[in-house]
Design a protein around this ligand. Structure first.
Ligand code: ZN
Length: 168
């Protein structure tokens, strides 16, 4: 991963050696040869620096991503403490906001599945057959909470007549 460091040190040593040796040269042709050699070494160094820059950019980006992940994780660790496991009358489970932690928010429940995966997903009321239920939109879970009561908002079994005069 850090090959460019060794390459850069090698390149600097080679360039230094070449400039040292140039001090003793007697002819233009010998100087030209050494200059070409030196140019080659400098081009190599430029390549090492480009590698260093690319690696630095990639590492900086990775660090930013990890910092964001850590922040999100810490926020969730605090947030999850506001909830406790709750068993609904139907026997299913969710995470309910602790009354002491509720503040100005209305009572609400979180999806147990998403909670375990570190995702805060507030459940939305719905119906599932003869049950009142809560739906988790992110993971698609439907959690039955309790049977719909006769005379309630839904159709109770005793009221249901498939041949009745409802017109459908
Ligand atoms: Zn969920």
């Amino acid at each position: 991963m850090m090959d460019w460091v060794m390459g850069a040190y090698g390149g600097i040593k080679a360039a230094t050696d070449i400039t040292q040796s140039m001090l003793t040269l007697k002819t233009d042709a010998a100087v030209t040869t050494k200059v070409v050699e030196l140019n080659g070494v400098l081009l190599g160094l430029q390549g090492q620096l480009n590698s260093a820059h690319a690696e630095h950019t990639a590492l900086a980006s990775r660090i930013r991503d990890l910092e964001a992940e850590v922040t999100q994780f810490k926020n969730w660790e605090e947030e999850k403490e506001r909830y406790q496991l709750h068993k609904f009358p139907a026997g299913t489970l969710g995470y309910r906001i602790k009354p002491a932690m509720q503040g100005a928010e209305p009572p609400h429940d979180l999806c147990a599945n998403c909670y375990q995966n570190g995702v805060k997903s507030i459940l939305q009321a719905c119906e599932d057959g003869w049950y009142n239920a809560l739906k988790c939109h992110p993971c698609g879970s439907v959690i039955r909470t309790d049977k719909i009561q006769s005379g309630g908002s839904g159709i109770a079994i005793s009221d249901y007549d498939p041949y009745g005069p409802r017109g459908y």
